[in-house]
Design a binder for this molecule. Structure first.
Ligand SMILES: Cc1ncc(COP(=O)(O)O)c(C=O)c1O
Length: 409
């Protein structure tokens, strides 16, 4: 399949995959609908990467080619992933953290610059700012969407004049409030690096994340909506950012040097391998299918859990949530997790400690802030299995376990 065919098949214009209708009635027939399939003692896992035959075959071809590290396979993956996001350029990296670090260097973060981000995320969102020489400043989240609250961002900007940029996190597969953040960034001359590590295919009004800031970063860790084992990518419309990032991930090498050893800047080896890119190309072709299955599972839970005393995820109008996690909220979180475990259902708490309260942040002066919405979320959130490999029976078991918990109280 040519790169062009790949992009056409994915519908880079947004196509049907960006529909925000909830999709329950229009989802294609699921392959795993057997309610009577035999039960196993395996717990229903919180994540289940599905690699598939196509990826294995592509990895085999790369192995046979002998070009295992950087090369044409990586270039092809970069351009097809960028096209999927509606961005001009892609720069593949060794993981999402290195993507964030390289993107922050590439947009021009300077030592001592302050950058606003979310306290309610994987620690990498803020670590990358520190690795790039900046200081993370935490804006509290909106308690409904779990993404940074525009009013909190505005309060920080009213107080400080050293903010250079924003790193909004599209948490659990839901885009942050990018319209508001873009207009704030324009008013204050700030860069935006989207942390889209959990949101491959998420969109606002049909525009996919990865194309909504100066640069965006994705992770391809095995639990993500698509995987390359370990891996990451930066997407951007800015040639200057793409060129600087491509150089930074390759020891500051002159990007146009055609293989010579001219190193014009300090950099790292943050490159993706061709083996990982081969998996990524095959996974990208399946991403629409994976996201549809995640959304169908989420719609099922929304309906089945509606009458119970817990809060289900929010999907604001015009947003397309891709449910990297299906996260409910209840004061009874730990007991609910224990009941689900008894029923053979794995759950996850993302994240039980907000970043500003992590031990590694004790020495960061801005982490002394009180951020009540993030702190409350960390005490009440629980993620249920929502991955595409869930069978109808798995979903039913999850719902019955949650019901059992609340009905036996
Ligand atoms: C929100 C967020 N940011 C950054 C990262 C870092 O990605 P990686 O683990 O690939 O370095 C992750 C990965 O878990 C993430 O969830």
């Amino acid at each position: 399949m040519t790169e062009h065919d790949t992009d056409a098949e994915l519908g880079t214009d947004g196509g049907t995959e960006t529909s925000t209708d909830g999709g329950a009635g229009t989802e294609p027939e699921r392959e795993t609908t057997e309610l009577d399939e035999p039960s196993t003692d395996e717990p229903i896992s919180i994540a289940a990467p599905d690699i598939g035959a196509e990826a294995k075959q592509r990895v085999q071809s790369v192995l046979e080619s002998g070009m295992l590290a950087d090369g044409p396979e990586v270039r092809a993956f970069e351009s097809s992933f960028a096209a999927y996001c509606g961005a001009e350029r892609g720069v593949a990296t060794s993981n999402g953290t290195t993507a964030l670090h390289a993107a922050l260097e590439a947009v021009g973060l300077e030592d001592g610059d302050a950058v606003i981000t979310s306290p309610f995320s994987f620690v990498a969102s803020a670590n990358a700012i520190r690795l790039a020489g900046g200081t993370p400043v935490f804006a509290d989240i909106d308690p409904e969407t779990y993404t940074i609250d525009r009013a909190a961002v505005e309060r920080i900007l009213a107080d400080r004049d050293d903010i250079a940029g924003l790193v909004p996190v599209h948490l659990y597969g839901l885009a942050a409030d990018m319209d508001a953040l873009r207009s704030i960034a324009d008013d204050h001359d700030l860069f935006i690096v989207e942390d889209a590590c959990q949101a491959h295919g998420a969109a606002i009004d049909g525009d996919r994340v990865g194309s909504l800031g100066d640069a965006a970063c994705f992770s391809f860790y095995p639990t993500k909506n698509m995987t390359t084992g370990e891996g990451g990518i930066i997407t951007t419309d800015r040639d200057d950012v793409a060129d600087r990032a491509a150089s930074f991930v390759n020891h500051g090498r002159d990007v146009g040097d055609g293989g010579s050893y001219d190193h014009v800047d300090l950099g790292h080896n943050y490159r993706l391998t061709s083996l990982a890119a081969a998996i990524g190309r095959a996974q990208l072709e399946r991403l629409p299918e994976f996201n549809r299955a995640r959304r169908a599972n989420a719609m099922y839970y929304n309906e089945e859990l509606e009458s119970l005393p817990l809060e289900t995820p929010t999907e604001p109008d015009g947003y397309r949530h891709v449910y990297h996690q299906y996260t409910v909220r209840t004061d009874d979180r730990d007991a609910l997790a224990a009941t689900l475990e008894d029923h053979g259902v794995d759950t996850g708490v993302y994240y039980g400690t907000p970043i500003h309260q992590q031990p590694a942040y004790e020495t960061v002066s801005t982490a002394a802030a009180t951020l009540p919405n993030a702190e409350r979320a960390s005490e009440t959130v629980l993620s249920l299995p929502v991955h595409p490999d869930l069978s109808e029976r798995d979903r039913r078991i999850v719902v019955e376990a949650v019901r059992d918990h609340f009905h036996s109280q």
